[in-house]
Design a protein around this ligand. Sequence first.
Ligand code: SF4
Ligand code: SF4
Length: 165
Amino acid sequence: MAQKILIDLEKIRSPQGKSCDESPPEGLYGPFIDSHGLKSIREMAVFQFTCRRCTDAPCISVCPADALEKNEDGIIDRSTNLCISCKSCVVICPFGTMMTDFFEYHRDKENYYDLRDKKELDLFIRNSPEGAVQLVDMEEDPEQNIFKLNDHILVKERMWKTDNM
Ligand code: SF4
Ligand code: SF4
């Protein structure tokens, strides 16, 4: 079985002695640019597994740049090409889904680790909070709150579920 990268979102959110302005490292796993711009693994994971998919999503209505929309699966999709980093969506989200640092470096690929590259993956693991990123030989396991983001990435998150999901 091929190794997968397991990212624990709860540990990523934990400051673990870091200062408030220190953000966890951001990873990409290609193809990572779509028609809406650059997508980090953490942003994709948060919108897919942490977001509660509000019916009348306040994040969408507050966005002054029309940068947020729901895709056909009800998952929020941010256009990094349109986003002006005002962070109004972060403030209005009643569940604290988004972290402000998502919006700091969104146009500069140099600030991301390309996890397809072994050296960059090692650095990403080393610079992430302890135990937050691991290489594993396993499949998705919802019993352990481990879900598949794509063929190479698993995400651990306590997912909020409704009958609609
Ligand atoms: S940070 Fe970006 S996505 Fe969020 S409200 Fe502002 S422009 Fe919209
Ligand atoms: S307001 Fe927050 S929880 Fe609701 S859809 Fe937007 S990001 Fe998700």
